[in-house]
Design a protein around this ligand. Structure first.
Ligand SMILES: Cc1cc2nc3c(=O)[nH]c(=O)nc-3n(C[C@H](O)[C@H](O)[C@H](O)COP(=O)(O)O)c2cc1C
Ligand code: FES
Length: 617
């Protein structure tokens, strides 16, 4: 079969694509990624299609189904180009009105604009939203802009030019040198130098070498990798082909969990289309280089994100880790040298090759170059997917991009790095976010989860949550992890239920040190991080649970009571009406009281009181 790149060079193909694209059309960039799809964005697309047809606007208006824009809580999101007007929470019933503003009169549908929750000011343009304004989009810059199912959109935006550059003008060793010089470190958690790992693999003996893109992403609440795979799948394919060329591999695998169907669909289509265009498969771009990629679906076990378990899972066995060395770069899949990289790491590779190692290394700190994608969630005003330069401070992320803490509450801590990460207290809010600073603070970069907490978060309960998660996800192969996590779980259960004992903190610390030095894989060896970091920064909360039997955040139900402040209560009666146990009593316009023998501490009264009259005792 003749492929298009057999006839045209990539540059000529790009020019052809751009020549046939009308510049006068209005483009409605509508997000169909998981977050917006869950909020029925496909219905918006259907309504748009029908209305555009009915009004005969096909020549003037184009719907572009895109990946994630990052502001998922505001979905379904639509951005109108070329004006860059940002609409949020768009419904099918809004479509007629949106189309009516596209007559050049400059009108906007005000109720769909983003309103600042504090100042109540409206923002019209996407580029002016606080969530986007202070970001440095590098790896995620195409997501939300291009149609991930359209390879020509990717090519038109400069896609596959890094591959053309590498194949046509660089030796494999030069590609490796460039990646080493860029300072790129693995985005999957460990932060090992990507180029150094490639060099080890390329020098390992053997004709058969493999590449694996790790898209397992098992951290609770994380969605960076999913969004990248859904929104810009070709960047991962392109990164893989460049990696394959650098180390001399001819077969690659993308490991994605089954519960990411859109990512699987978009990646599968990207592979088919890249082969069709001569950018993957046999004789890529006529250079004689061959490389094939297949997708392997994982069943959703957290431990299968760990590289040795993942490889065993691809081999068709139950995913459990093995000890290292030998490292995969020397002895990996089916015993052959294998490069396993996180999908975000691979997404950085075309950028390094295109822009050059120096330009890439100009961003970031001494030990952490480039940018990093985070899922910013928790008690911040603006939650979503963000990308910032390495070294950006926590303050800039939480208050600048995230807009500060919700509901007038105060920042208490931020948890980074997923279940194996740690909690950083307010005292360190001005620290730069990079691999080394986070490690010094007792946390890790991990794959990029960032959970912001306020004074209603109990740090003992946070550690307990992650220990429980890891206990359920531990494969059970090694004793320190299997038994250590179970013991930690029991101790936390006792502390949070009011049965903590003197010595519990020391036992937890001892178990943590034992597990981190003796566990078989990273799951067990990093599992103590949430425990150690919360003990280090919030020891007083542990002591208050154990010795005073008090949870001042109002989370551990046996360790606090609700109390109505008679001075602040004006007797509006909302808490009385809302209480499911009828534990609140009082006459209208007179202070109410709570009967603690009936109260189940569901928190409905506390959260619904507009006068902050309900206190945690
Ligand atoms: C329990 C556990 C789970 C992991 N899950 C993931 C994951 O979901 N995605 C990922 O890229 N790396 C994950 N890792 C890290 C991988 O083992 C490996 O270091 C990484 O994929 C290497 O790619 P990088 O060098 O590009 O970071 C996990 C590690 C552990 C210990
Ligand atoms: S899924 Fe639509 S903005 Fe993230």
């Amino acid at each position: 079969m003749t492929r298009i790149t057999d006839i045209l060079g990539l540059e000529a193909l790009r020019e052809e694509i751009l020549k046939h694209r009308s510049k006068d059309r209005t483009i409605l960039r509508t997000c169909i990624s998981t977050g917006c799809k869950a909020q029925k964005s496909l219905k918006v697309v259907e309504a748009l299609k029908a209305a555009i047809k009915e009004q005969g606007l096909e020549e003037k208006v184009e719907i572009k189904k895109t990946g994630c824009h990052g502001f998922c809580e505001m979905g379904p999101i639509m951005v109108i180009e070329p004006e860059n007007i940002f609409y949020r929470k768009v419904k099918p019933r809004d479509v007629e009105e949106i189309l009516s503003t596209l007559n050049g009169s400059g009108g906007v549908v005000e109720r769909l604009l983003w309103k600042d929750p504090v100042t109540k000011e409206l923002t019209t343009y996407e580029r002016e939203l606080p969530l986007y304004k202070k970001q440095d989009k590098n790896v995620t810059y195409r997501s939300g802009k291009i149609d991930p199912a359209d390879i020509e959109d990717y090519i038109a935006s400069g896609g596959y030019s890094a591959l053309a550059k590498a194949l046509n003008s660089m030796k494999p060793s030069e590609v490796i040198d460039a990646v080493i010089a860029s300072g790129l470190r693995g985005r999957g958690g460990g932060g090992f130098s990507t180029g150094v790992k490639w060099r080890i693999c390329s020098s390992a003996p053997g004709d058969i070498k493999y590449i694996i893109a790790n898209g397992d992403e098992g951290d609770p609440g994380a969605f960076m990798d999913r969004s990248l795979m859904e929104g810009d799948p070709h960047s991962i394919v392109e990164g893989m082909v460049i990696t394959a060329y650098a180390i001399g591999a001819s077969q690659g695998f993308i490991y994605v969990r089954e519960e990411y169907p859109i990512a699987i669909e978009h990646l599968s289509l990207a592979i088919i289309k890249a082969e069709e265009y001569g950018l993957l498969g046999q004789d890529i771009m006529g250079t004689g280089f061959n490389f094939k990629v297949q997708i392997n679906k994982g069943a959703g076990a957290f431990v299968c994100g760990e590289e040795t378990s993942l490889m065993i899972s691809i081999e068709g066995r139950s995913g459990t880790p093995r000890s290292r060395p030998p490292y995969p770069a020397i002895e990996g899949l089916w015993g052959k040298p294998t490069i396993i990289n996180n999908v975000e790491t691979l997404g950085n590779v075309p950028i390094i090759i295109s822009k050059g190692a120096d330009a890439y290394a100009a961003l970031g700190t001494d030990g952490s170059k480039g940018t990093k994608v985070f899922s910013l969630v928790g008690k911040v005003q603006n939650t979503g997917l963000i990308e910032v330069e390495m070294g950006t401070t926590l303050r800039e992320i939480i208050f600048g991009i995230g807009g500060g803490i919700r509901n007038g509450k105060h920042f208490k801590a931020v948890q980074t790095g997923g279940p194996s990460g740690g909690c950083i207290p307010i005292a360190k809010v001005d620290m730069p976010v990079d691999y080394d600073s986070l490690r010094e603070a007792g946390a890790i970069m991990g794959s990029g989860g960032m959970i912001v907490m306020d004074e209603t978060s109990c740090m003992v309960d946070v550690a307990r949550y992650f220990i429980d998660f890891l206990m359920f996800e531990s494969c059970g192969k090694c004793v320190p992890c299997r038994e250590g996590l179970k013991q930690m779980h029991h101790i936390f259960e006792n502390i949070c239920e009011g049965h903590g004992e003197e010595g519990d903190i020391e036992t937890l610390t001892g178990l943590a040190r034992f597990m981190s030095t003796t566990s078989l894989c990273g799951l067990g060896s990093t599992a103590p991080n949430p425990v150690l970091s919360t003990i280090r920064h919030f020891r007083h909360e542990y002591e208050s649970h154990i010795y005073d039997r008090k949870c001042r955040a109002g989370v551990c139900k046996n360790l606090f009571d609700y109390l109505i402040d008679s001075e602040l209560c004006n007797g509006c009666g909302l808490c009385r009406v809302k209480c499911p146990e009828k534990a609140v009593a009082g006459e209208k316009k007179k202070p109410h009281i709570i009967d603690n023998s009936k109260c189940i501490k569901c928190g409905i009264c506390f959260n619904s009181c507009k006068f902050e009259a309900i206190l945690i005792k």
